[in-house]
Design a protein around this ligand. Structure first.
Ligand code: CDP
Length: 215
């Protein structure tokens, strides 16, 4: 069983994906963490958003230290911004495909996998059993992310988070390779006025309707 969850930044897709994986005993892959880890490794090597080339990015993907995906350092707006710039580079995305598909094909639990990102239902796993597309109003998402970052001890201002998120959304939606968009067969959920518990309940009701044997 493979569940694909795509959506915009801070839409609640990560929270939902983790909860679903825990509920069903499936494995979870945060694919955004891969792009963030690539960005962090570039920053650590002295790059910034203006001074790197495609070759350097592809090489950063090839030599990626996966333990970076588990670090708090990837959870900053600076890393997120560079992640979305490098994520527009086709050859870099192509190199991450087999890792993501391999995880879905053979999840450690042997039961199922939940992957979240931008292109899981459209490009990475177009044959996923279930696809959800999670979105919310920009202001609400920026508010959520500001709270999250402040809780994590970062000093950020709502206005900056909002501007960064707007720019990132635009890049993610308009890039030519694997843009952020709902797959034709995805169920779209707007979480602007919903808490995480309500979103999970709604998604579980869809799963129950589509594949009753899973619950
Ligand atoms: O946590 P948030 O939703 O803000 O971002 P993320 O999921 O960690 O993704 C960071 C960036 O990685 C995104 O803005 C995308 O540019 C890129 N990404 C992507 O291109 N494809 C994916 N499957 C996942 C993330």
């Amino acid at each position: 069983m493979i569940i694909a969850i795509d959506g915009s930044a801070a839409s609640g897709k990560g929270t939902l994906a983790k909860q679903l994986a825990a509920d069903f005993g499936y494995d979870y892959l945060d694919t955004g963490a891969l792009y963030r880890a690539v960005a962090l490794s570039l920053l650590n090597a002295g790059a910034n958003s203006h001074n790197f080339d495609e070759k350097q990015v592809v090489s950063a993907v090839s030599t990626l230290d996966l333990s970076l995906t588990q670090t708090a350092e990837i959870r900053t707006d600076k890393v997120a911004a560079l992640a979305s710039i490098v994520a527009a580079i086709g050859p870099a995305r192509a190199k991450l495909l087999s890792l993501q598909r391999g995880f879905a094909a053979a999840p450690p639990s042997g039961k199922g996998a939940v992957l979240d990102g931008r292109d899981i239902g459209t490009v990475v796993l177009p044959d996923a059993d279930l696809k959800f597309f999670i979105d919310a109003d920009l202001d609400i998402r920026a508010e959520r992310r500001t709270k999250e970052l402040i809780q994590a001890g970062q000093s950020v201002m709502f206005r900056d988070v909002l501007e960064d998120m707007k720019a990132r959304d635009y890049r993610d939606r308009t890039r030519s390779v694997a843009p952020l968009k709902a797959a034709d067969d995805a169920i779209t959920i707007d979480t602007s006025n919903m808490g995480a518990t309500a979103v999970l309940a709604l998604v579980l009701s869809h799963i129950d309707r589509i594949c009753p044997s899973e619950q």
